[in-house]
Design a protein around this ligand. Structure first.
Ligand code: ADP
Ligand code: MG
Length: 375
């Protein structure tokens, strides 16, 4: 240590080899000696610094504080920074400042007391921390954009069907009205379909808004059977389009569930649509899709959707709940991913199993009211 009188050469070498700045001061805060790292860190040669006040190494506001600490210690001997250390702002000869960790030790048996200060430059650590924060922020942003991208693709996919149905029915009306003797009941029927499809599109948008906005969903205490029964209107067009029929197996008097009906219906519609889309090449009897409800234990009810389509191979089963995973030429791979999110938001589960006949059975389990209202 430079200017440390009586220090053996090895000790000096040791101190000079230390990465941290080491500074010895007396009870008045006068610098008595400093090591090589201190010289480098603060930009002073030892002869320049020795004999001056330690405030030399600090911005003015901290220097005053430091004087106070020292005086208080000398007067009361109550350890403050001694032995613990604190984060400070340090100042170089050129006026530039840097964050540092200061720990102070008392020189044993020194009277008046002398102190050894260890100054550890925190610049690099702070940079790493800041870098970490920036990276985390960037990742969060990426995730948000990814979610937005998913939503956009989801909206496009979900809205495409009702919109093209509306266009088809409107064209049909136009054509029928052009006929010499328009078939009014048929035209009215088509117009009702236009209304139904427009409502469906509206519901999809509402549901997506819920997901995007990520706010509290609209939970109502519901009879799951009533929620399921409404699907016949919502899925009617799709079913006709796929030449499929829907059979209900509803267990009466199930416990109520607290759900966002639109979201849960969206899940069930996704499952129904997947069931229909799995019917490629299926026979007429196989085109019967079953939707049912039942109690699972005391505290859950389940809605299941069973099809007799091509089934789910193991490699598909492993990935089908992942966003964007699809085996369909024009699939988005979002139906099951969004459905799983909705299930989880309801503290429920979404799963699938094989059943006696070939094909697949998906199920959505929801906690019943008694369970979901107890914490
Ligand atoms: N009922 C089902 N039968 C067979 N395979 C299914 C069924 N439901 C889903 N899958 C598989 O899971 C994949 C992902 O489904 P989904 O997330 O709804 O996206 P998408 O329907 O756009 O492909 C489908 O592409 C299909 O391979
Ligand atoms: Mg799907």
């Amino acid at each position: 240590m430079t200017h440390l009188s009586h220090a053996p050469e090895e000790l000096q070498a040791l101190l000079d080899a230390a990465v941290d700045a080491i500074i010895l001061i007396d009870h008045r805060g006068t610098i008595r000696s400093l090591n090589r790292s201190a010289e480098l860190l603060f930009g002073y040669d030892a002869p320049e610094a020795v004999g001056r006040n330690i405030s030399l190494f600090m911005p003015t506001d901290q220097a005053a504080l430091h004087d106070g600490y020292l005086q208080r210690y000398v007067a009361t001997r109550a350890p403050n920074v001694i032995g613990t250390g604190r984060d400070v702002t340090a100042q170089r000869k050129d006026g530039s400042q840097f964050p540092a960790r200061l720990s102070v030790g008392l020189v044993p048996d020194s009277e008046p007391p002398r102190f050894v200060g260890f100054v550890h430059d925190l610049t690099q650590r702070r940079e790493i921390e800041e870098d970490g924060r920036r990276t985390a922020g960037r990742l969060a942003q990426v995730a948000r954009f990814a979610a937005l991208g998913e939503m956009a693709a989801g909206i496009a996919h979900e809205l495409n069907q009702p919109l093209s149905a509306i266009a088809t029915y409107a064209q049909a009306c136009d054509r029928m009205l052009g006929a010499p003797a328009p078939d009014m009941p048929e035209i009215r029927d088509a117009l009702r379909q236009v209304t139904a499809q427009a409502l469906r599109a509206g519901e999809i948008i509402r549901k997506l808004r819920h997901l995007v906005g990520n706010r509290e969903t609209e939970r109502t205490d519901s009879d799951i059977n009533a929620v399921v029964e409404e699907l016949i209107t919502l899925a009617g067009t799709d079913l006709r389009h796929h030449h499929a029929t829907l059979d209900f197996e509803l267990t009466p008097a199930l416990a109520a569930v607290s759900i966002d009906r639109v979201q849960v219906q969206q899940v069930l519609l996704n499952l129904l649509r997947n069931a229909m889309e799995a019917l490629n090449g299926a026979t007429d009897t196989e085109r019967e899709i079953v939707i049912g409800t039942r109690a699972v234990d005391d505290d859950e009810v389940e809605v299941y959707v069973r099809d007799r389509g091509h089934g789910v191979p193991t490699d598909v089963a492993e990935r089908m709940f992942d966003p964007f995973f699809t085996t369909k030429r024009s699939g988005t791979g979002l139906g099951l991913a969004i459905s799983k999110t909705i299930a989880r938001a309801h503290r429920g589960t979404l799963g699938h199993r094989s059943h006696a006949l070939s094909g697949t059975e998906f199920f959505l389990r929801l906690p019943t009211l008694e369970k979901s209202s107890t914490p």
